[in-house]
Write a protein that binds this ligand. Structure first.
Ligand SMILES: C[S@@+](CC[C@H](N)C(=O)[O-])C[C@H]1O[C@@H](n2cnc3c(N)ncnc32)[C@H](O)[C@@H]1O
Length: 298
């Protein structure tokens, strides 16, 4: 009830358009009025957040991002990775509302900026969303399918702690963005790829037959052993070097979350040790581990 009420208050601009449908088109084109309503909305959001100290998923809800319903659990986990006051750098690909003119879209950037007050928040979209360039938010026009565009933006922003890919939802674009931004993720950084359902559809350049270059889940499955990098034989380490710093990969419905942790030591498994049978091991180290799994203590 409280959430619903706050939603209506915070989305006053939307209701203005709804209750004055004839004016809607004019208002949308009358950009300065649109911007004034947007500024009022931000002010209201700030006051509501100050009074109620909202959680990230509540903020997603009242700011109009669908993350609150589709990915609530995931973003709850996320807020345990970072503290509210952390000075983190966040990038979201896909700001929202597509090519709709005026001050529309940006729900998730606004929610993130209200929750992580000391963060720097960056957004990329195909369309100009510069009305959001206030406070700690900066936006870029960029195409997720274009490596040069992405690298150009990457060169203008600091290394990142959190990347959210909610852009085109085409598999090749998701993999391209991952290639550009995962390497500039800082220690303990989190990379979220939303809408992985496209991996199972041809129209999103995915593959219903689960091939590893067109299906995100199969792609990361290939690298899943990186979480145990230090236990791998050298030859496997060499093959998986690209994602050696992968600390965890979690597959959720319609979403993949990857955490990076720098592996400082380049250890690899002692092969002689790895191939010892239980009998050879017991003999070599004078142990008494039984094939049932327990250690016999006499
Ligand atoms: C689902 S909306 C993002 C919603 C927003 N992240 C939120 O949670 O409120 C997707 C956005 O991605 C943008 N987009 C689509 N294709 C893109 C591309 N190739 N490069 C950059 N942005 C793209 C669209 O313009 C649209 O605004």
């Amino acid at each position: 009830m409280k959430k619903k009420l706050l939603y209506y208050v915070a989305n006053i601009d939307f209701y203005f358009y709804r209750f004055f449908p004839k004016k809607t088109k004019k208002v949308r084109n009358y950009y300065s009025l649109d911007l004034s309503l947007f500024s009022i909305k931000i002010l209201i959001l700030k006051v509501i957040n100050k009074i109620f100290n909202l959680s990230l998923s509540e903020l997603f809800y009242i700011c109009g991002s669908d993350k609150f319903k589709n990915y609530q659990n995931i973003y709850n986990i996320l807020t345990s990775n970072f503290k509210k006051n952390d000075k983190i750098n966040i990038l979201e690909i896909g700001i929202g509302s597509h090519n709709l003119s005026g001050a529309s879209g940006g729900g998730s950037l606004i929610a993130l900026s209200l929750y992580f007050k000391n963060a720097r928040i960056y957004g990329i979209d195909l369309f100009d969303k510069s009305f959001l360039n206030i406070g700690n938010i900066s936006t870029f026009i960029g195409d997720q399918s274009n490596r040069e565009n992405l690298e150009n933006i990457q060169n203008q922003i600091p290394d990142l702690d959190l990347v959210i890919d909610d852009g085109s939802h085409f598999v090749d674009h998701q993999l391209l963005a991952f290639d550009v931004f995962f390497k500039v993720l800082r220690d303990n950084g989190v990379y979220v790829i939303e809408d992985t359902a496209g991996s199972y559809r041809i129209r999103n350049n995915g593959d219903p037959d689960l091939s590893d270059d067109k299906n995100i889940v199969t792609y990361f499955q290939k690298y899943v052993h990186c979480v145990n990098y230090e236990y791998l034989k050298k030859e496997y380490q060499d093959n998986l070097l690209k994602l050696k710093d992968l600390d965890s990969v979690s597959f959720f419905k319609n979403c993949v979350v990857l955490v990076k942790r720098m592996k400082k030591e380049f250890k690899n498994i002692n092969e002689e040790d790895a191939y010892l049978t239980l009998d050879q091991y017991n003999q070599k180290f004078s142990k008494n581990k039984k094939k049932e799994g327990y250690i016999e203590t006499i």
